[in-house]
Design a protein around this ligand. Structure first.
Ligand SMILES: *[C@@H]1O[C@H](CO)[C@@H](O)[C@H](O)[C@H]1NC(C)=O
Ligand SMILES: *[C@@H]1O[C@H](CO)[C@@H](O)[C@H](O)[C@H]1NC(C)=O
Ligand SMILES: *[C@@H]1O[C@H](CO)[C@@H](O)[C@H](O)[C@H]1NC(C)=O
Ligand SMILES: *[C@@H]1O[C@H](CO)[C@@H](O)[C@H](O)[C@H]1NC(C)=O
Length: 396
């Protein structure tokens, strides 16, 4: 079986940021008090727990929404897996704030999301790693601390999901990782390819593509672009740029000596200094002057009752472009020389698409770190055109 995995990056993170959804809240979607706030139509098609191994009670929480308007038989309808970043952020943020069929409003109610990604695709949200959101870690020791461990758990969870219903079994799977989830998604994709090579055809996972959305995938390279990026945006002056560059050297020193804890702290300091210098509400979107994203408080409140994103200062187009150059892939030269095309949605400029064979990089104009929340309709057009290989997104 010769499968070509297609790969897309869209710009919008940095692992130095940890957004935590409340993990102590009770997610009881059938309780009477939640009836009004959580309408029946908004319930997932299926939700529950997926084991991560045979000898432990640790399990990954999932919420699955079947495609609303698939033009294919369900057994052939693509399945999109959503992994949030952090590490330690619940994928229910992606569900209720970004790409799920129902999104949360300022008054903490739900409304249908015009940018939902489950029009043509089944949408599966996984709280990863165990211990995150509603996922269960039966002990601290079982929480994976490396990408290999994460990939092993996700592989087990995905394969047990596929066994829940015969109609899931052979659907093409696309793994979407946002922010630090870009690491989870790409390492899991790689792990699946390696496992598939050892498995008999009926047991393979039908991986079709990997998405890195506003990826926070390479700390040193991504941070390295920040001082100049902020300077040329006019957000800081030259003296401040030099100061940031000094802080940056410290991060680099720690990453080169593999002192990840210290590197994370130093990166956090750099971020705090930059935020202080600029006075921005959030570095995830430099156009937000007075209010940051509300996903954390809104989604937490709610659950307690019941490409680049162009404006992303930390994992925006500049940071992603710097990372892509490092890809060890035989097509990278051709990709770098490929024409960057103007992308329009309904006649309006939506962003830019650069593509070579299986690699596509999209810059979404007017997006911050949570791009699908900022540009719901263009995000939906992007994912649908890429998965269905339409228009500009057709692989050459
Ligand atoms: C549990 O064991 C069975 C039988 O050996 C195996 O097929 C399955 O993949 C295992 N599940 C996990 C989650 O490791
Ligand atoms: C479960 O079994 C695997 C493989 O035998 C082993 O590596 C792992 O440590 C075990 N986990 C627990 C929690 O006992
Ligand atoms: C499915 O189709 C209906 C009818 O055209 C439309 O109202 C709805 O928004 C579609 N669902 C999604 C997720 O796009
Ligand atoms: C940011 O500014 C505040 C108030 O001026 C100060 O207390 C804090 O130490 C500064 N933080 C950093 C990292 O510079």
């Amino acid at each position: 079986m010769n499968t070509i995995i297609i790969f897309i990056i869209f710009c919008f993170c940095l692992c130095i940021q940890t957004h935590h959804a409340s993990s102590s809240s009770s997610y009881s979607i059938s309780s009477s008090e939640s009836k009004n706030i959580f309408p029946k139509e908004a319930h997932p098609t299926k939700s529950g727990y997926l084991p991560v191994s045979n000898n432990s009670s640790s399990a990954i929480f999932y919420a699955f929404y079947e495609a609303q308007n698939s033009t294919l038989p369900l057994s052939k309808t693509p399945l999109l897996i959503w992994l949030e970043g952090g590490p330690g952020t619940s994928s229910l943020i992606g569900n209720f704030y970004e790409v799920g069929p129902w999104r949360i409003t300022e008054s903490i109610t739900l409304e249908p999301n015009p940018g939902s990604w489950n029009n043509y695709f089944g949408l599966l949200f996984l709280d990863n790693p165990i211990g995150t959101g509603f996922s269960i870690a039966s002990s601290r020791q079982e929480i994976p601390t490396d990408q290999q461990g994460i990939a092993r758990h996700l592989f087990a969870a995905i394969t047990s999901f596929l066994q829940l219903d015969p109609v899931y079994k052979h659907r093409p799977i696309y793994i979407n990782g946002q922010s630090y989830g870009g690491k989870f998604g790409s390492t899991t994709g790689y792990y699946i390819m390696k496992r598939n090579a050892q498995l008999r055809a009926p047991q393979r996972v039908n991986l079709a593509g990997v998405v890195i959305g506003d990826g926070s995938i390479e700390l040193k390279t991504q941070l390295g672009t920040i001082p100049a990026n902020a300077y040329y945006l006019g957000l800081i002056n030259e003296k401040q740029k030099n100061e940031l560059e000094k802080d940056l050297l410290e991060v680099v020193r720690f990453t080169e000596t593999l002192q990840w804890g210290k590197a994370t702290d130093a990166a956090g300091r750099l971020r705090a200094v930059l935020q202080n210098m600029t006075g921005l509400a959030t570095l995830d979107d430099y156009t937000r002057k007075d209010h940051p994203y509300h996903y954390e408080d809104w989604v937490t409140k709610f659950l307690n009752i019941a490409e680049v994103d162009q404006y992303d200062l930390l994992a925006g187009p500049v940071q992603i472009e710097a990372c892509v150059k490092l890809f060890k892939w035989e097509g990278i030269e051709d990709y770098l020389n490929a024409e960057r095309k103007i992308w329009k949605v309904n006649g309006e400029l939506a962003g830019y698409v650069q593509q070579w064979k299986s690699l596509t990089n999209v810059v979404v104009l007017g997006g911050g770190h949570l791009m699908p929340a900022d540009q719901p309709l263009n995000a939906k057009a992007m994912i649908e055109d890429w998965v269905l290989q339409r228009g500009l997104y057709q692989s050459v």
